[in-house]
Design a binder for this molecule. Structure first.
Ligand code: URA
Length: 426
C-alpha cells in the first residue's frame, strides 16, 4: 500500500479530485488507528459532504470501513439470513415487531444488530432495555444458539463491527456532516455487510423527521445503498416510507414496547402495521420465502416468538415496565380535525421529556415520552386531549411544550389520507 499523508488526501477531495483507492484505504485505517487526527478526518468528511464521492470511490470507502473490523460469518445456519435497517425516525419501533414476525413466518432467520438513539430519533436497544432484565450483549455462540432456537435476535452491534464508523459517526455528529448521502450510505452499509446478512431491506425514511427531507434525496440515498449492497453480494432493496409525522401513536421507550406488543397481538395502529407488513413482505420476496405477514400479524401468531426472543436475553416480557411519575395533556385549541403533526418537533419534545439523549453518554428515561391520542385525520372537540406527555420530573414539561406549541395543526377538513409506503427501490 502506498504511503499517504492526511493533508494530501484532504486537499485532493477539497479540490474535487477523485481519490485513489489506496488513499481511501490508508485514510480510513489510519483514522481508526489514531494516526490521522480528528480534525483531519473532520476536514475530509466536510470535503466529501461538499464534493461527494463517485460510485467507485464509495465502494472502496465502504469496503475500507468494513475491513477495519471483523466480518461476521454465521456458519452452521442453513436458512437465509435476512435483515432490515431504518435510516431513523420518530416512533419507529418496527424492528421490535418485525423480528418476531419473521421468526414466526419461518424459513429464514433475522439477526438484527441494532444501536442506541441519538438526537430526536429513538434507538432499538434503548427500547428493548425498557423490558426488565433484557440485555443487548450476546457472544457469537449465544447469538447463533438464539437464532437456531428462536429464529430472530436483536443485539447490540459489537465494537468489532466497522470500528471506523463508530469514530467517524461520532465526529460527523458534531461537525455538521451527518446528512451526506455517501457518508450515510457507507456508514449504514459497512455495518450491515460486516454483520453478515445475505438479504437486506432498507427502510429509507422521507420527511421532516428524517435525514432525507424530499423523495428525490431519499431515492438517491436508497439507490446508493442498494448499489453498495448488491455489489458486495448482499441482495438489497429499499422502501421509501413517510416520516413527516410519527409512526404509530407512541414515542418513548416503554411506550413503544407497549405499542409493539399491542401490534403483535393484532391491535396495532394502521400506519405501523402497513410499514411492518410491507418490510416483511419485501424481506420474504428477496429471500424467496413464502408466507402471509399481514395475516400472521393480525392473528397474534408472532407473540410466542416475542416472548421467546425477550427471554433468551434475560428479559421478562410479563414483568411490570417502568412508567413516568408525571402526566400532562395537551388540549386542542379548537374543534375540527388534526391536519398535521411535525415528527421532528415531536421527536425533540420526547427527547426533552427524557426519552432520548442529546449526548452519547446521557442516560434515557424508560417511562418518558408522548402518547398521540389524536392522529392527523381524526376529529377533535375544543379542549379535548390530543397528546399525553410523560416525564419523571415535572419540570421537563416546560421545554417539551415549547416545541409542541407549533407542532400540531388543526383545520375544518380532514387531510387526504396517504399511504406510509411511497415506493420500492430494487
Ligand atoms: N444511521 C447510521 O448508521 N449512519 C448514518 O450515517 C446515519 C444514520
Amino acid at each position: 500500500m502506498a504511503t499517504w499523508d492526511a493533508t494530501t488526501v484532504i486537499m485532493l477531495k477539497r479540490d474535487k479530485q477523485t481519490l485513489p483507492d489506496d488513499a481511501i484505504r490508508w485514510f480510513i485505517q489510519a483514522y481508526t488507528d489514531g494516526t490521522v487526527a480528528d480534525e483531519q478526518a473532520s476536514a475530509l468528511a466536510m470535503a466529501v459532504f461538499l464534493n461527494g464521492l463517485s460510485g467507485d470511490e464509495l465502494a472502496v470507502w465502504t469496503e475500507a470501513m468494513i475491513n477495519t473490523g471483523t466480518r461476521v460469518t454465521h456458519s452452521g445456519i442453513d436458512l437465509p439470513l435476512v435483515d432490515k435497517h431504518s435510516t431513523g425516525g420518530v416512533g419507529d419501533k418496527v424492528s421490535l415487531i418485525l423480528c418476531p414476525l419473521i421468526a414466526a413466518l419461518g424459513g429464514m432467520v433475522m439477526p438484527q444488530l441494532a444501536g442506541r438513539g441519538l438526537g430526536h430519533t429513538g434507538g432499538t436497544i434503548d427500547k428493548m432495555e425498557a423490558i426488565p432484565g433484557w440485555h443487548p450483549e450476546m457472544t457469537p455462540d449465544a447469538l447463533k444458539a438464539a437464532l437456531l432456537d428462536v429464529g430472530a435476535v436483536i443485539a447490540a452491534a459489537s465494537g468489532e463491527i466497522a470500528p471506523a464508523d463508530k469514530k467517524l459517526y461520532a465526529l460527523r455528529d458534531t461537525t455538521g456532516t451527518v446528512a451526506s448521502i455517501p457518508l450515510i450510505a457507507s456508514s449504514i452499509m459497512s455495518k450491515k455487510i460486516a454483520g453478515g446478512t445475505e438479504y437486506l431491506v432498507l427502510d429509507v425514511k422521507v420527511g421532516r423527521g428524517a435525514f432525507m427531507q424530499t423523495v428525490e434525496e431519499a431515492r438517491e440515498l436508497a439507490e446508493t445503498m442498494v448499489g453498495i449492497g448488491n455489489r458486495s453480494g448482499v441482495k438489497t432493496s429499499a422502501l421509501l416510507t413517510r416520516m413527516d409525522q410519527p409512526l404509530g401513536r407512541m414515542i418513548g421507550n416503554t411506550l413503544e414496547v407497549d405499542e409493539s406488543v399491542a401490534t403483535l397481538q393484532g391491535n396495532g395502529p394502521q400506519d405501523l402495521v402497513d410499514v411492518t407488513v410491507a418490510l416483511a413482505q419485501e424481506m420474504m420476496d428477496l429471500a424467496g420465502v413464502p408466507g402471509d405477514p399481514a395475516a400472521m400479524l393480525a392473528s397474534g401468531g408472532a407473540m410466542a416468538k416475542w416472548d421467546a426472543m425477550v427471554r433468551v436475553q434475560g428479559g421478562d416480557p410479563d414483568a411490570p415496565r417502568q412508567y413516568a411519575a408525571n402526566r400532562q395533556e395537551l388540549l386542542a385549541p379548537q374543534a375540527g380535525f388534526v391536519t398535521d403533526m411535525n415528527a421532528l418537533s415531536m421527536g425533540l419534545a420526547s427527547m426533552r421529556l427524557g426519552a432520548g439523549r442529546a449526548r452519547k453518554e446521557d442516560a434515557v428515561s424508560f417511562g418518558a415520552g408522548i402518547q398521540i391520542l389524536k392522529k392527523p385525520g381524526e376529529s377533535v372537540e375544543k379542549g379535548e386531549p390530543v397528546l399525553a406527555l410523560f416525564a419523571d420530573e415535572e419540570s421537563r414539561f416546560i421545554g417539551a411544550n415549547e416545541l409542541l406549541d407549533d407542532a400540531i395543526q388543526y383545520g375544518s377538513e380532514a387531510p387526504e389520507p396517504s399511504s406510509p409506503v411511497i415506493e420500492r427501490i430494487a
